[in-house]
Write a protein that binds this ligand. Structure first.
Ligand SMILES: O=C(O)CCC(=O)C(=O)O
Ligand SMILES: [Fe+2]
Length: 322
């Protein structure tokens, strides 16, 4: 199931060349690697080593910053089995982060869900590494979305003004424990991502699989690159011309697998509307039988509906019974 075919896009290439490579990748599988992305290797190394140190701590200590303590900001640690995909517990543990907002921020004062301060472990340098990495990823997210706009023959402002005034940036660090069972469980079941763009860093262990038109293929880590994929909102904006493609994870290696997805999503209050003319192609059938076009409302509402399914218990308690 290995596949060298997901394209690798060099971001230092000429702009029109990058735009046409993005167009081809997004019309095909919606998955592509990027190289020459400008994010420091030493920062990535530091973050990975901080993350490994954290996950190696005793469960009791990690539970000290569990998501139950994160309130409406929806931040913190969840243990193996704590998150569900399509109702089934995932074989992974992880930490949820987002933009660091203090108590005086108007959005926090207004009690807006998913906005607020992060929970950080008491490890020297952890907080700094996460915040620097999120800043670098936000910059890369804007750069990639400018390329996406160009790839759709849109002016940069068409996307940035309507959707990216205050992009919602979510960052997760996952650890998929080495599975010793003969039939390893799913680390994450089949799903699509909710927003615009996911930029993924993986440790040396493979495990991610992508459902292309030709069947499931592996999307292993490649040195010096990030793996990007587009989410439901980009599919919606383009009437399905760009694909939000299902993927899933199984760690079959004998080592724990770390993955660090960064989600670059529309502003919470943005209503995501199609930005390109409707093509004559039929909408392809979706993995979950639901259409990304039926939904009416803001991106925030779409997202809350999704997260309340993956953490039903927390959603009732912390988001007020959604
Ligand atoms: O761990 C991975 O490689 C991917 C995780 C993922 O698909 C997600 O968090 O949406
Ligand atoms: Fe995903």
């Amino acid at each position: 199931m290995s596949n060298p075919e997901l394209p690798i896009i060099d971001l230092e290439g000429l702009r029109p060349k990058v735009a046409s490579a993005l167009r081809m990748a997004c019309e095909r599988d919606g998955f592509f690697y990027v190289r020459n992305h400008g994010v420091s290797e030493s920062l990535q190394g530091e973050l990975e080593s901080q993350a490994r140190t954290f996950f190696a701590r005793p469960l009791e200590e990690k539970m000290g910053m569990a998501m139950e303590h994160g309130g409406r900001a929806w931040r913190g640690y969840f243990p193996v089995g704590g998150e569900l995909t399509s109702g089934v517990p995932d074989s992974k543990e992880g930490i949820y982060f987002g933009a660091e907002l203090g108590a005086t921020d108007p959005r926090v004062q207004a009690g807006l869900p998913l906005h607020g301060p992060n929970l950080f472990p008491a490890l020297d340098g952890f907080r700094e590494a996460v915040l620097s990495y999120m800043a670098a990823m936000t910059k890369l997210g804007h750069r990639l979305m400018a390329g996406m706009a160009e790839s759709l023959d849109l002016a940069p402002g068409d996307v940035s003004e309507s959707l990216l005034r205050e992009p919602l940036t979510l960052f997760r660090i996952f650890n998929y424990p080495a599975e010793r069972a003969e039939t390893p469980r799913w680390g994450v079941g089949e799903h699509t991502d909710y927003g615009l763009l996911t930029i993924l860093k993986q440790s040396d262990e493979s495990g991610l699989q992508v459902r292309t038109a030709h069947g499931w293929i592996d999307a292993p880590p490649l040195p010096g690159t990030f793996l990007c994929n587009i989410g439901d909102m980009l599919e919606r904006m383009t009437y399905g011309r760009y694909r939000s493609t299902p993927h899933r994870v199984k760690n079959t290696s004998t080592r724990d697998r770390l993955s660090l997805p960064f989600f670059f999503d529309p502003s919470f209050d943005a209503e995501v509307r199609p930005l390109v003319p409707r093509a004559s192609v039929e909408e392809p059938p979706r993995w979950d039988g639901r259409s990304v076009f039926d939904f009416r409302g803001t991106y925030g509402e779409y997202l809350l509906e999704k997260v309340s399914k993956v953490f039903p218990h927390l959603a009732t308690r912390q988001l007020g019974g959604r």
